[in-house]
Design a protein around this ligand. Sequence first.
Ligand SMILES: [Zn+2]
Length: 188
Amino acid sequence: MKQPLITFKILRKEYLNAIAECCKIIPLDRWVHRPTTIGLTSHKTKYGRAYSTGSIELNKCFIGSQAYTQMRKTLRHEIAHLSCGIARGHDKIFKLYNKKFGGTCEVPKHETEELKHKIGFKWFVLAHLINGESIPLFAAHKRTKKYLQYETSQSISKFKGVLIKRFEYVNYDQYTKKTNSLTGDVSC
Ligand SMILES: [Zn+2]
């Protein structure tokens, strides 16, 4: 079954669901850090981070992917950090919380591959249509002639029947940045 690509809105909804579920397992008044915000990070090796401020950041590689299992697993892992306390790191108590919260499920290999591929993107390709609309097309590792020289080439592309005036490469980090600035100690 094909699931929709993960958007920040979907991620946020999953986060709220996960918080609600975990509160049923361990009542919120017993959590070391109360959950506050959910944001994105562009870290190259970590899927997520939790902060003593109660903030959680998930890697922006989830956005535009279909890695639902890994997203849910990471959310629960980070929520477990908040619940038992970040200072514990990955000790026995953390592992117990993480297991209770569902942070130890198995992730299908295709999800891991998809995320690994996405984590290194530098560019995002936008199509500017003749009707003034700008459509985000896809993420890319490098810029290619096909899009850089589109305006001077003879080829004409359409998006849903509307002529594309020009393509634009925008910085992937800036394009996907939707997160609030966070402070605090870091844990994966
Ligand atoms: Zn961790």
